[in-house]
Design a binder for this molecule. Sequence first.
Ligand code: CDP
Length: 248
Amino acid sequence: MAKKTEEKIVYVDSKGKRLDGRKVEELRPIKIRAGVIPSADGSAYLEWGQNKVFAAVHGPRPCLPKHTASPYKAVIKFDYKMATFSVPDRKNPRPSRREIEISKVCGEALEKAIFVERFPNTEIVVIVAVIDSDAGSRIASLTAASVAMADAGIPMRDMVTGTGIGRAGGKMLVDLNKAEEDAPDAVDIPLAILPNSKEIVLLQMDGIMTKKEWEDVYPLGEKAIMQVYELQKNALKAKYAKNGVEEK
Ligand code: CDP
């Protein structure tokens, strides 16, 4: 049988440009707005490349059902949901294993930044709706949720900020898009840290890379994360910094 000849995709060209024109260490365009959902205690809207997410925070409030409460801390209930129209194939509206996993890891990451011990027997509910996606949606969700949490006035030791890092076509990249994530040799690493202490709070790895590759790409990721952190702060300042009065 004749072998199908597949054209080799060049993920980074001779000028150092990626498929979408970015440099290897460059983030996709990011926009963040705080306080977009009046019915929530805190909220944010975030665009990250094609990803579009809303995050709403409710609480701290009495934890229900009561058996889910902790006498030692607030329980973070993170709910990541993709709209049926957020992906090229219709997403089944039933909660998927993937959504349950993302809710778990994002909730645990966010908890690291919150003084949960100050609010025993309460819950803090974080609901994230993904409206459109193109890889990196869990990090977009976590980044938006962190802004929404700060917007709710919940005491935090730091923000939670992230980016994807990884490899496509043998090149180490920051913030992989879907085409790069689908490369035959792709390694996709969602990474989130507390930007001031640099503590890693979320790190997952789809694929395998060498220690050298990790050591090359991690510093690029950390640098990009500090840019995202500035955007998070700017979003909050835009709402609150005006003479210390909330913008209407
Ligand atoms: O979005 P993230 O990179 O955090 O998670 P992923 O599981 O690595 O998914 C990568 C991308 O695949 C998502 O952002 C969606 O664009 C896409 N996807 C999809 O097309 N259909 C699904 N049911 C789930 C994800």
